[in-house]
Design a protein around this ligand. Sequence first.
Ligand code: IMP
Ligand code: MG
Length: 187
Amino acid sequence: MDQNAEIYQDLDRILVTREKIAKKVKELGQKIAEDYAGKSPVMICILKGACVFFTDLIRETPLPLTTDFMAISSYGSATKTSGVVRILKDLDNDILGKDVIIVEDIVDTGITLNYLMKILIQRGAASLRIAALLDKTARRKVPDLKVDYVCFDIPDAFVVGYGLDYDQKYRNLPDIGILSPRIYGDK
Ligand code: IMP
Ligand code: MG
C-alpha cells in the first residue's frame, strides 16, 4: 500500500514496518515449530484484531496444526479497556486434551487474555500458550499473566494497522503505526 495513501495521514508515525513484521513473524513460526515438534497444536485466532497476524503466522509455522476462531469484545469503539469481556463467537471445535496456542493482536491491560485463559483451561486444554504480535507491558493490570511468545514490545501508545483497528478502521494498513490523538480525541 502506498504510504502516502489517505489513511496514512491519520498516523503520527509508523512504529513497525511491514518488513520488520514479516521477519519477526517468520522467526516466531520457526520457534513454535521447534517447541511443538511432534505435536499438532490448535492455533486459535482471536478475531478480529489478530486476523492478519494469524494468517501470516500459520503459513510460517511448518507443523500439522489445526485452526479455530473466536471473537471476544473488550473495547467497543473507545481506546480504553472496559474490563468487560463478552464471547461474540465461540470455537467450533472441542479443545479437550489439545495443545492450544492463542493468537492475539496485542496484550494491553491483559484483562481480555486472562479471562480467556480461564475459560480455555476449564475446557480441559492439555496445554495453553499465548502468542501476541504486540505487548504493551507498561499498561499491564494482570501482572502474573504469562505471554509466551511476543513479536514486539511497544510503548504506551494507541496503535493501528496489520489487523489492529480504531473504530473498525485501519486494519488493512500493512504497517503498524501510532494513531494521531487528533483522530480519537480523549474518548
Ligand atoms: P486488554 O484486555 O486491555 O489487554 O485489551 C486487549 C485488546 O484491546 C486487544 O486485543 C485489542 O483489541 C485492544 N487494544 C489494546 N490496545 C490497543 C491498541 O493500541 N490499538 C488497537 N487495539 C488495542
Ligand atoms: Mg483483540
